[in-house]
Design a binder for this molecule. Structure first.
Ligand code: NAD
Length: 350
């Protein structure tokens, strides 16, 4: 998915959205407000040491070592950023070849960063690269590494069952203080967390693509996530050089909840004949300073992905008009016109 943030355009992909499943355990209104009030009794912390005020196991946790599960584009990016900010990281994937490729990618990225950051001091640049690389190790066995981890960040395939299986296995092995976080963009954090017994130490940590470039991290708390856990993740995100925002476990968190309905409404305007697709795109580019218009953006994201997300959301929230079906989106997807990746969507691509 393409995110428009601070006037920049950034590529993100497929399932870059969170959905709120109907099965989510919910608190009553009064329990929620008691819970929120408790949350506001802020814990405090220094640097990346979290000092909780409650008896939570997260008390005084320093994120020194993290396990990142999934060495794809997101996992490798998270590992790179964590390693270059002085954390020890173990990157886990299903086979050595993927991990080799991930580390090669990290090295290439670090070289580019060093070239820019230390243009007049190449030896400092080399030191930066070597230090960061020394902080990265790899493994195909998450169970073996998780015992030494303060934080597990999962960035694997977008499949609820697979994510639940991973977390449920690791829950039995990880130390009590270890925080679990998912980078999911389309699944309910509550549902993923339900496979574990550490509901208070489970949250969403939603990075944006490409991770080393994008400043935002959405820190998502479920109704069971403890304030200590959230504080720890907010602080950790800052230590990574990111700007975190706090989100509830609702469809799309903040960014995608605003972005998706915006794109869909633009598609509906086009369907109603309120403007040509070109004019709608030009209007939003020149009128709002966005790097891409909404229909261009839909093609870039992939119309199949857009439909997947909207179907998912509308099934979970059938009464919400923002998630209603779009005729032209359905038609283009049925014709196999998924946008840029297939050569045609709202526009044709050579
Ligand atoms: P990807 O396909 O590039 O990488 C996923 C990696 O997970 C693969 O290398 C795969 O081998 C590995 N994997 C799968 N099952 C595994 C298992 N059981 N154990 C260990 N490794 C396993 O995917 P990605 O784009 O990096 O996305 C990962 C997660 O991040 C998804 O949940 C996605 O929704 C989310 N996300 C993606 C983006 C994006 O723009 N790509 C942005 C934000 C969030």
């Amino acid at each position: 998915m393409q995110s428009v943030h601070g006037g920049r355009k950034v590529a993100a992909r497929r399932d870059h959205v969170t959905a709120d499943l109907p099965s989510r355990a919910r608190l009553s209104e009064s329990s929620r407000s008691r819970f929120d009030a408790r949350r506001h009794i802020m814990a405090f912390f220094t640097h990346h040491v979290c000092r909780g005020l409650s008896s939570s196991a997260v008390r005084n946790v320093a994120i020194k070592h993290l396990t990142v599960i999934g060495g794809g584009q997101m996992g490798a990016g998270i590992a790179q950023v964590a390693a270059s900010t002085g954390h020890s990281v173990t990157l886990v994937d299903t086979n050595g070849e993927i991990l080799k490729k991930a580390v090669k990618g990290i090295e290439g990225n670090l070289k580019r960063v060093a070239k820019k950051k230390f243009s007049d001091k190449p030896e400092s640049g080399e030191e930066f690269i070597q230090k960061a690389l020394q902080n990265v190790s790899t493994s195909t066995d998450a169970a073996a590494v998780v015992q030494g981890s303060d934080l597990v960040v999962e960035a694997i395939v977008e499949n609820l069952k697979v994510k639940q299986d991973i977390f449920s296995g690791l829950d039995k092995l990880a130390p009590a203080h270890t925080i679990f976080a998912s980078n999911t963009s389309s699944l309910s954090i509550t549902d993923i967390a339900s496979s574990t017994s550490r509901l208070d130490r489970f949250a969403g940590l939603h990075f944006f693509n490409p991770v080393p470039v994008m400043k935002l991290v959405e820190v998502i708390g479920t109704s069971a996530t403890s304030q200590e856990t959230l504080d720890c993740l907010l602080n950790f995100s800052k230590v990574l050089g990111k700007t975190p925002v706090s989100c509830k476990d609702t469809p799309g968190f903040i960014v995608n909840r605003l972005l998706l309905p915006y794109i869909i409404e633009a598609i509906r305007m086009y369907e109603r004949g309120h403007g040509s697709k070109e004019d709608i795109d030009i209007a939003m580019k020149l009128g709002c300073g966005y790097p891409m218009g909404p229909l261009e953006l839909a093609d870039y994201v992939g119309l199949d992905t857009m439909k997947f997300i909207m179907d998912y959301w509308s099934a979970a929230n059938p009464e919400n008009p923002s998630f209603a079906q779009s005729e032209s989106l359905n038609k283009l997807v049925a014709e196999g016109k998924f946008g840029k990746k297939t050569g045609e969507g709202f526009y044709k691509y050579k």
